[in-house]
Write a protein that binds this ligand. Sequence first.
Ligand SMILES: Nc1ncnc2c1ncn2[C@@H]1O[C@H](COP(=O)(O)OP(=O)(O)OP(=O)(O)O)[C@@H](O)[C@H]1O
Ligand SMILES: [Mg+2]
Length: 374
Amino acid sequence: MPEQKSVRQPNNDFNTKRKLMSLVVVFILFLAAFSFLFVNEQIWLVFFVVAPASVLVISIAYHLPQTSSAARTRTLQSKVITLENEVITLRKQIKTMEDNLLQTKESLAQTEKMASLGQLSAGVAHEINNPVGFMMSNMCTLKEYTYFLDQLCKHLLELMSGLTKQEKLKHEEVIEKIENTLKIEDLDFVLSDANALIDESLTGCTRIKGITNSLKGFVRESQDEQELLVNDLIEETLNIVWNQIKYSCTLEKHLNSQALVKLVPSSFNQVLLNIMVNASHAMEGLNGVLTVRTYDIEDSVQIEIADTGVGIEKRNLNKIFEPFFTTKPVGQGTGLGMSISYEIVTAAGGTITVSSEVGEGTCFKIRLPALKEI
Ligand SMILES: Nc1ncnc2c1ncn2[C@@H]1O[C@H](COP(=O)(O)OP(=O)(O)OP(=O)(O)O)[C@@H](O)[C@H]1O
Ligand SMILES: [Mg+2]
């Protein structure tokens, strides 16, 4: 609210002078009456007509400039006050702009940091992918080898059990070594466990490969649009973000969309990441549920990301997509996540909406134009 100032009243000098002038006129009229009654000459005419007339003229002449200068003063005073109010409003606007600029600078610095971190992770992901690739290939070969050894051991045991006494005596030394080895480890367990260990390691390597691929996808330099399934992007984002958010919620996935959409994958991953991270913040300490749903409606693909977090107050709902709107403490949120997401979704020809109930949770719905059905 601009600061209000009261308009100062014009000074009372003019009123005092007017009263003085009236007294002079009354006095002259009194002289005129006196000369008419007691002097008995024509002099009363002078007092009665000429003097009051001249006083009147002087008074009017005096009154006019006084009135106009007072009016001018009043106008000027109100102009000064208007200008002062404008200056106060402008100062406030400059302060807001300075604050916004500061926040933009901070978020730019953060973005730059994230961009270089992104490049670094993409490089690391690429480097990890190579050894993981040959580890997986080696493990597949090892699995074949253990099968071969398993068969060999079984044949050997068969052979040993079919030996005659004489034959056993003949190969006594070798048979003793085999039996001693078998006493140390249970052959059946070793063979089946070796298989299980190889399978487990293969699953681990497949996960590492999935994460590094997602990381590479996340920081793809290309800003080209691609035709893809949103489900793949959701899996990619979950691969990256799940580790961070799994402590605040459990996940429910219903990924049923089958239509292709056209968008820049790395940007859209950013949208999904922003929504999921916000959802996890809203569910901190609440053990909530993050539900991700995709399905096709008419010519579009609908993505719904719902949480059972603290919710958004009604008065804040229409500010969510505004730049710099945040309810997080200073240094924890820039308030840019959702406004950037809004830009990305609309640039892809889609819409993003939010609905929320305080204490129940929030749901973001993204609708994207579908290309064609598979
Ligand atoms: N799922 C949600 N539940 C509750 N509030 C939410 C949710 N998503 C967004 N908000 C509210 O919207 C605000 C703006 O979100 P936005 O992602 O733009 O900024 P931010 O999370 O505060 O900061 P950052 O720029 O670091 O993401 C948040 O501060 C929060 O108040
Ligand atoms: Mg955010």
